[in-house]
Design a protein around this ligand. Structure first.
Ligand SMILES: [Zn+2]
Length: 359
């Protein structure tokens, strides 16, 4: 199939810790003298990449346990990961991107005195310092590569004790490009006790004009999407494929123009959707003109990039105009300021024409 060109892409759902260059992990392990069982790039790559079924969400998440201890708490590595990320975006014509990560997972000093989740030894890189380092790198990278990089800070489903601090960091770093709060590393399940702490953080975010997106309806039921909308003021849903199982909720999402951050390859490699791509909810989204974007999610473990995800949906039958329409959806649903959004839309019209403004 011919490779369609998309000279201006937008990405709204990509995890910075899921977009580390494999080389950086190997180099950092060597520099820090960390005993690491994989010595070559090929070995490490073949270990990290989710290659064959059965695909499960758990198997994908476990890959992070391999490499996060290498980079967590290392100032130079954290900066490099974020700066290189900007270069990689530029290489795929991604001119506007919102990168997300959990500041706690990169830290080597927890504010509450607990043991850091990944860093082997304690130091002075708090979650706040992580955000500072990454903001520095994004600011420099945006300038050097002529792109716009914003940040979404993630709460972690099974560490609700971090969520209030994530909200505080969103507030504190708002002027430095932190635009939203997210909850990651698991699907929301209504009725789980620890949700109270997450919902409190999200309510405060809403009150403080911090945008909200929530991972829901990916591996878990459609009810997670409902919870995200009702209790967490979610404006966008990470994945959300299972929303199609609940016709009433699906209709409501359409009416409210809720944006779904669809990650095509990821959806297959986490076992969230059928491997029969004809059954992918994306087809229904297209038929019903649902507001959604195309995203890469976690390139280091999926061995993908945004260009490949665009190609994948075209192989699934979307034509070039469908794909461009999703880029316009992304522009309208991104968390940039109204002025920045206007500018992005003007830039898109210059590249793709104005017929998509009406779609
Ligand atoms: Zn995600």
């Amino acid at each position: 199939m011919s490779r369609a060109k998309f000279p201006y892409k937008i990405e709204l759902h990509v995890h910075l810790d899921g977009a580390i260059r494999t080389e950086t992990i190997l180099e950092t392990a060597r520099r820090r003298n960390i005993k690491f069982e994989w010595e070559t790039l090929e070995e490490l790559k073949s270990h990290l990449v989710v290659a064959k079924p059965p695909y499960t969400f758990k198997a994908l998440l476990e890959k992070f346990d391999t490499f996060m201890p290498v980079v967590a708490g290392d100032r130079d590595a954290i900066y490099k990961i974020a700066y290189d990320f900007c270069e990689d975006c530029k290489a795929h014509n991604t001119f506007y991107v919102e990168a997300r990560y959990s500041p706690h997972l990169f830290a080597n000093k927890m504010t509450n005195g607990a043991k850091p989740p990944y860093a082997e030894t304690e130091g002075n890189i708090t979650p706040k310092e992580v955000v500072n380092i990454i903001c520095n790198a994004f600011e420099k990278g945006s300038k050097d590569f002529g792109i716009k990089v914003k940040t979404i800070l993630c709460c972690v489903e099974y560490n609700p004790e971090w969520s209030m601090e994530v909200f505080e960091l969103c507030k504190e770093f708002k002027s430095r490009g932190v635009v939203a709060i997210d909850i990651a590393c698991g699907d929301l399940e209504p009725g789980v006790e620890h949700e109270e702490l997450h919902t409190r953080a999200f309510k405060l975010a809403f009150e403080h004009d911090i945008h909200r997106t929530v991972h829901a309806g990916e591996n878990g039921a459609a009810a997670g999407v409902k919870l995200a909308l009702d209790e967490m003021h979610a404006e966008r849903i990470g994945h959300g494929y299972r929303v199609v199982d609940d016709p009433e909720l699906y209709e409501r999402c359409r009416k409210q123009n809720v944006h779904f951050e669809v990650c095509p390859l990821s959806s297959v490699k986490t076992g969230s959707v059928s491997q029969d791509l004809d059954k992918h909810p994306l087809h229904k989204f297209i038929d019903d003109n649902v507001n959604f974007s195309i995203n890469s999610d976690d390139p280091i473990v999926l061995d993908n990039d945004l260009t490949q995800d665009y190609e994948m949906v075209m192989e699934m039958g979307l034509d070039k105009d469908h794909v461009i329409a999703t880029i316009f959806h992304a522009a309208r649903s991104c968390f940039a300021s109204p002025e920045e959004k206007e500018q992005i839309l003007r830039d898109l019209v210059k590249v793709y024409g104005d017929k998509f403004m009406k779609m």
